[in-house]
Write a protein of this length. Structure first.
Length: 429
């Protein structure tokens, strides 16, 4: 396929997402099934256009003067991919699969509309109702933080210390451009793709098939390292999901002690079994999803990690369609779920043990506010300073400028990672 046809296809997918209110990944998959003539490279390019349009939906719509699927697809091709609109129109004339041409007045508008003149939430590329939350979290930097969330992410990998070390894994992936991550001592990074190009399929690599690497953003790696799990300890991963942090904890503990993986949704937990086998993690016990499964762990755990369900604002680079679906009602629902998860987790922490609360959110109501509410209701728990938390989990790494008094907030602008919040509390008695 040529670029005009790809733009038209991207507009078609964006229309499907808008009309049927469905995730972008599902819409792209269905488009590929119904258009089998498109090769894998074509599908990847169309996916890039769709995700770039969604990442910068607000600023693209403002600069191109509309937010229809056509506006967003053409806007992504011009503003994210750097195509000249007049050159695009010339290409459109020679391609029967092309979308409607760009009117002359719109070409002029694109040439004169400056993003600096747009409203703040447009410059930040986020829903207007979330602007006060970002201001509260980041102060004067909130627009830059939002804009950083609208860029393409790198591909981060965690090296499995049970099977190899970072230097060996990096040599094995050298042709892919893998480099060490700035903060995680077990992380590798492949730079973001651009234009039509897609990330390499690392799951086809020998290093992945043999369990030497896992796909995991550096922020997620750091949150697992900050648990500071030690060999021989008893550790609960309360909201384990697909098991990424469970695997990281097992490796940090050198397969000694016990990691309990629990999630209330058995479907989310289903991939963990194959992942454990591939990684060679032998000190993990997967618990059934029922809440009663935690009863036997009461007052026994040295450390409990609660990677709580959240709005996912910190991973908008990877799931930009979710940015435009989040609502105040969804935020309220998540904060209630977070309070429940913290209460359940607290019962498992032994006296002197630690409770680590993490989210992939950047919103204060899901982060510091939840910790404060928990401490007010559970006076046996006291916050651990962010400096102590970082030095214990990452003693050889100087921290980025992400440390508050009792919490750590990672973000694309601050630390070049996904957005992640981490706070820890110690049980007194």
């Amino acid at each position: 396929m040529r670029l005009p046809g790809m733009i038209a296809a991207a507009a078609e997918v964006l229309a499907d997402i808008e009309t049927r209110h469905r995730p972008a990944g599902d819409a792209l998959k269905d488009w590929g099934v119904s258009h089998r003539f498109a090769g894998s490279g074509d599908r990847a390019a169309i996916g890039n256009l769709v995700y770039d349009a969604l990442r910068r939906r607000a600023s693209i719509a403002w600069r191109i003067g509309g937010d229809t699927p056509w506006h967003l697809a053409v806007g992504a091709a011009v503003l994210s991919w750097g195509n000249d609109p007049r050159a695009l129109n010339n290409a459109f004339q020679d391609d029967r699969h092309a979308p409607e041409p760009i009117p002359d007045d719109l070409i002029q508008h694109l040439a004169t509309a400056r993003l600096e003149d747009a409203p703040d939430h447009v410059r930040a590329d986020l829903p207007e109702w979330l602007a006060p939350h970002f201001q509260s979290a980041f102060g004067a930097d909130w627009i830059a933080e939002g804009a950083a969330l609208a860029k393409r992410p790198p591909l981060d990998l965690r090296v499995n210390a049970l099977k190899t070390d970072r230097d060996k894994a990096m040599r094995q992936l050298q042709r892919l451009g893998a480099e060490p991550t700035p903060f995680s001592p077990v992380g590798l990074r492949i730079a973001p793709s651009d234009g039509k190009r897609r990330h390499p399929n690392v799951q086809a690599e020998d290093a992945f098939r043999r369990g030497r690497i896992e796909v995991q953003d550096e922020a997620s790696q750091l949150s697992a390292l900050l648990v500071n799990a030690r060999p021989g300890e008893q550790v609960l991963d309360m909201c384990a999901g697909g098991g990424g942090k469970t695997l990281a904890l097992a490796a940090a503990m050198e397969n000694r002690g016990q990691v309990y993986a629990h999630d209330a949704d058995k479907n989310r937990l289903a991939p963990i079994y194959e992942r454990l086998k591939r990684a060679g993690a032998r000190n993990v016990q997967v618990l059934p999803p029922e809440r009663s499964a935690l009863t036997d762990l009461a007052d026994r755990m040295d450390r409990v990690l609660v990677d709580a369900p959240c709005t996912g604002t910190g991973v908008w680079r990877r799931r930009p369609d979710a940015k435009w679906r989040v609502t105040p009602e969804a935020l309220a629902k998540r904060t209630a779920e977070q309070d429940i998860a913290l209460k359940q987790a607290a019962m498992c922490v032994r006296p002197g043990g630690c409770l680590i609360y993490a989210t992939c959110s950047l919103l204060p109501p899901e982060n510091d506010a939840r910790v404060a509410a928990f401490i007010a209701a559970h006076p046996r728990f006291a916050p651990i300073s962010a400096t102590e938390l970082w030095q214990a989990g990452l003693p050889e790494m100087s921290p980025p400028t992400v440390l508050a008094q009792t919490s750590i907030l990672l973000s694309p602008h601050r630390s070049a990672t996904d957005g992640f919040f981490v706070a820890a509390l110690r049980r007194r008695s």
